[in-house]
Design a protein around this ligand. Sequence first.
Ligand SMILES: C[S@@+](CC[C@H](N)C(=O)[O-])C[C@H]1O[C@@H](n2cnc3c(N)ncnc32)[C@H](O)[C@@H]1O
Length: 208
Amino acid sequence: MAWKHPRMSRQDPSSWDENYTSGDFREKWHREHPSRELVTLVAAAMVPSGAQVLDIGCGAGTETIYLAIHGYRAIGVDFSPEAIKVARQRAQEADVTVDWRVGDALDLPIEDGAIDFAFDRGCFHHVPEEDRPRYAEQVARVLRPGGRLFLRGFDPAGDPESPFVPVTEGAIDRAFSRERFARGPVEVFEPADEEDPRIFMGVFLTRL
Ligand SMILES: C[S@@+](CC[C@H](N)C(=O)[O-])C[C@H]1O[C@@H](n2cnc3c(N)ncnc32)[C@H](O)[C@@H]1O
């Protein structure tokens, strides 16, 4: 399967909905397995046992469900109601409880200070530069002090055809203020496999 991604309006849930109703998401970005990075964090007990976790832009919920299976109290948020429908069905099949919420990353339907660990695989890189400070504000609001966001997204490295808004060190620093977050290094992750040449950038941000 070659890596493909739709060109779509970035903040329009309906274009995402279409991909979930047609099933096209499976070919375009979905993976049945959680990322190696997240699995490693869990294996190394970097996410405290029983923590309240939040998957931002959870899509069909692969990573949310993985954390629920491992005993975490998991919330999955996506602004596509159709994504949440698919995710809910998959959680039922996996026989796990997840708190699914339809909502925008720029206005998270989450209580203040409720989250120990938030993560994002592939949502932030669709958020336009001008909206990113608001994304960061929302994360700062919902994370408890000391809570962490693990963020992954692409750096299309100047490709004018790319639908992705770059995730780079500069972009992270413009969005996440140093008054509210401590940032770790922005790391490059290897492609998941030969058929999926995506190279994710990843960063930890700790709520001060
Ligand atoms: C590329 S998919 C990744 C889905 C999932 N995280 C995964 O790894 O399979 C991006 C997801 O982010 C959601 N999304 C994009 N912008 C969003 C926003 N502003 N608020 C909430 N969800 C958003 C889309 O509906 C879509 O499900």
